[in-house]
Design a protein around this ligand. Structure first.
Ligand code: PLP
Length: 390
């Protein structure tokens, strides 16, 4: 099918919930994807921070193919070696000791919220303004952005919002009914907002002193995105619970809730479940993906290439007043413009570069961690060319 035919069928058969760009992707390799017309693009979206190990990764492909031939799904009524070995691996690479598996980021946050409420016996969750935690009713409620909630009321009770980066506001909002503080270590959807120095450490202290759980939503920051396996390690702050998804299984849909032993012990049989959660196929993909990150030193690569990318973007910034700020950590980078970036995204597509727009005016660069410096040069040269028209 060509692009036009695919778009026409989409409008006829798919619910129109997405504002898509007018290209249809057919294949990928490392940091490059191809469309139905044969055009290639350097992918700085990576399925929105999912394809951290690159497209068509041979190790993950092999793990999936081998597992498909053995056992795809079992339900959680039975044990599988794939699930327990993935759980063990996650405890080795994270600051936590136990895992629960689900299928998406929203589901991971739902699980984290349920765990925090049951563990503390309290209902209130404090989240941040401009945060993003998913699209279920409870996670749009957790998301501190009214635009995602409008039209879907009644929302889940028990949420309070404070400005991101303001630890004092959290301190003032915590009350006797507070179960947890839920925070993205770096805000993604609101335009790659890196918190002020010491903020997450302050949150940790405030929560510990008040017997309130600290939950990190690492759905976007996880698996090397900010230069360590998890942003909690980048910031040297250990939360009580971490929610994960996106890059966990190299593009295969999966989510997880990680917690420390005492918190995790709150969940008893029957408390929480997901039919597909942690099925052998997803677990095989996740193990291969995490091992690839470790074996190929992608954490160092994320730091080094991220540093190089930001340096190149800052060079461009000097020539373009329309760039307000370049910011980020590792390969999670935002370029804030002083106007809406939709037209620039389309012009970059014409130059063979895929980037997306967060929060209306921030170009968000979250490429595979395998992207080369040469590809970064191509991306920044194209951006420079496009911005010269403005
Ligand atoms: C920080 C964060 N949390 C949760 C989610 C929701 O994840 P999913 O779309 O897998 O439900 C996202 C998705 O962008 C996210 O960035």
């Amino acid at each position: 099918m060509n692009t036009e035919e695919i778009i026409e069928m989409d409008s006829k058969y798919v619910m129109q919930t997405y504002g898509r760009h007018k290209i249809a992707l057919v294949k990928g390799k490392d940091s490059v994807v191809w469309d139905a017309e044969g055009n290639s693009y350097i992918d700085c979206v990576a399925g929105i921070a999912v394809n951290n190990i690159g497209h068509a990764n041979p190790k993950v492909g092999e793990a999936i193919c081998n597992q498909v031939k053995k056992l795809i799904h079992t339900s959680n009524l039975y044990y599988t070696e794939e699930q327990v070995t993935l759980a063990k691996l996650l405890t080795e690479v994270s600051p936590h000791q136990k895992a629960f598996f689900c299928n998406s980021g929203a589901e991971a946050n739902e699980g984290a919220i349920k765990l925090a409420r049951k563990h503390t016996g309290k209902g209130e969750i404090i989240t941040m303004e401009n945060s993003f935690h998913g699209r279920t009713i409870t996670t749009i409620t957790a998301t501190g952005q009214p635009k995602y909630q409008k039209g879907f009321e009644p929302l889940t009770p028990g949420f309070k919002y404070v400005p991101y980066g303001d630890a004092e506001a959290v301190q003032e909002t915590i009350g006797p009914g507070t179960a947890a503080v839920l925070v993205e270590p770096v805000q993604g959807e609101s335009g790659v907002i890196v918190p002020p120095d010491g903020y997450l450490k302050d949150l940790k202290k405030i929560c510990s002193d008040s017997d309130v759980l600290l939950i990190f939503d690492e759905v976007q920051t996880g698996f090397g995105r900010t230069g360590e396996m998890f942003a909690s390690q980048t910031f040297d702050v250990t939360p009580d619970i971490t929610s994960l998804a996106k890059a966990i299984a190299g593009g295969f849909p999966m989510g997880a809730v990680l917690a420390n032993n005492d918190v995790a012990a709150t969940f008893e049989p029957g408390d929480h479940a997901a039919t597909f959660g942690g099925n052998p196929l997803g677990c095989a993909a996740a193990k291969a993906s995490i091992n690839y990150i470790l074996d190929e030193n992608l954490l160092d690569k994320s730091k080094e290439t991220g540093y190089y990318f930001m340096k190149k973007l800052n060079e461009i910034k000097n020539d373009h007043d329309i760039i307000k700020e370049v910011r980020g950590l590792g390969l999670m980078i935002g370029v804030e413009l002083n106007f809406e970036c939709r037209s620039i995204i389309d012009e970059l597509i014409a130059e063979g570069i895929i980037v997306n727009c967060a929060s209306g005016n921030v170009l968000r660069f979250v490429p595979p961690l395998t992207i080369s410096q040469e590809q970064v040069n191509t991306v920044t040269a194209a951006l420079d060319k496009v911005l010269r028209k403005y």
